[in-house]
Design a protein around this ligand. Structure first.
Ligand SMILES: Nc1nc2c(c(=O)[nH]1)N[C@H]1C(S)=C(S)[C@@H](COP(=O)(O)O)O[C@H]1N2
Ligand SMILES: [Mo]
Length: 169
């Protein structure tokens, strides 16, 4: 085989290894994939999230004392792909839901209207700090849902946020 063929082949192998899903670990770049109706919209890393307004909520996780969780309102992130700024949800968009996925495959959903300020206005924070300290390196983003009576939707190590149209023809 000619050397450039071998070189090209090795290059392809390396590139495809990088294109694959990263295994969870300390070296993962903390990135959340944001998509609308199956189409990737944004990759949110810490820098991209820093451009959103920050919000703090004091609430207690399972059996723990109160903590100050800080991060970005899920609604602010969703709004960026769902509606023009300042516009309200209406029509078919009322059949949308937001699915949040964690690295271990855990998934939770909120309806778009459950989050929207003109409807349910449910507070859901994509938290990245707790009591002023970053969340663990391997799991830097966690949902905090202070209004839920259980903490089951507080999923850790969030990796994807998808806005999905659940309407039928
Ligand atoms: N990624 C992920 N997050 C998760 C879960 C899970 O299985 N995977 N379990 C949830 C459940 S059922 C509960 S009760 C809380 C527990 O949070 P804690 O470990 O801070 O008490 O985490 C939630 N977050
Ligand atoms: Mo739980």
């Amino acid at each position: 085989m000619r050397p450039w063929v071998v070189g090209g082949f090795l290059c392809c192998m390396v590139l495809s290894a990088y294109a694959g899903e990263p295994a969870s670990g300390l070296l993962d770049p903390p990135v959340i994939k944001l998509s609308l109706d199956g189409k990737p919209a944004y990759s949110l890393d810490r820098a991209a999230l820093a451009a959103f307004p920050r919000t703090t909520v004091k609430t207690a996780a399972n059996g723990e004392p109160q903590s100050a969780w800080q991060g970005v309102a899920l609604e602010d992130i969703v709004e960026r792909v769902c509606v023009a700024s300042g516009d309200s949800l209406y029509g078919r968009a009322l059949a949308r839901f937001v699915r949040v996925t964690a690295a271990n495959g855990a998934q939770v959903v909120f309806s778009a209207a459950e989050l929207a300020p003109d409807y349910g206005k449910t507070e859901v924070i994509l938290a990245d700090t707790k009591d002023g300290k970053p969340l663990e390196q391997g799991a830097p983003f966690r949902l905090v849902v202070p209004g839920d009576k259980r903490t089951d939707r507080w999923i850790s190590h969030v990796t994807a946020i998808e806005v999905v149209d659940a309407s039928t023809p």
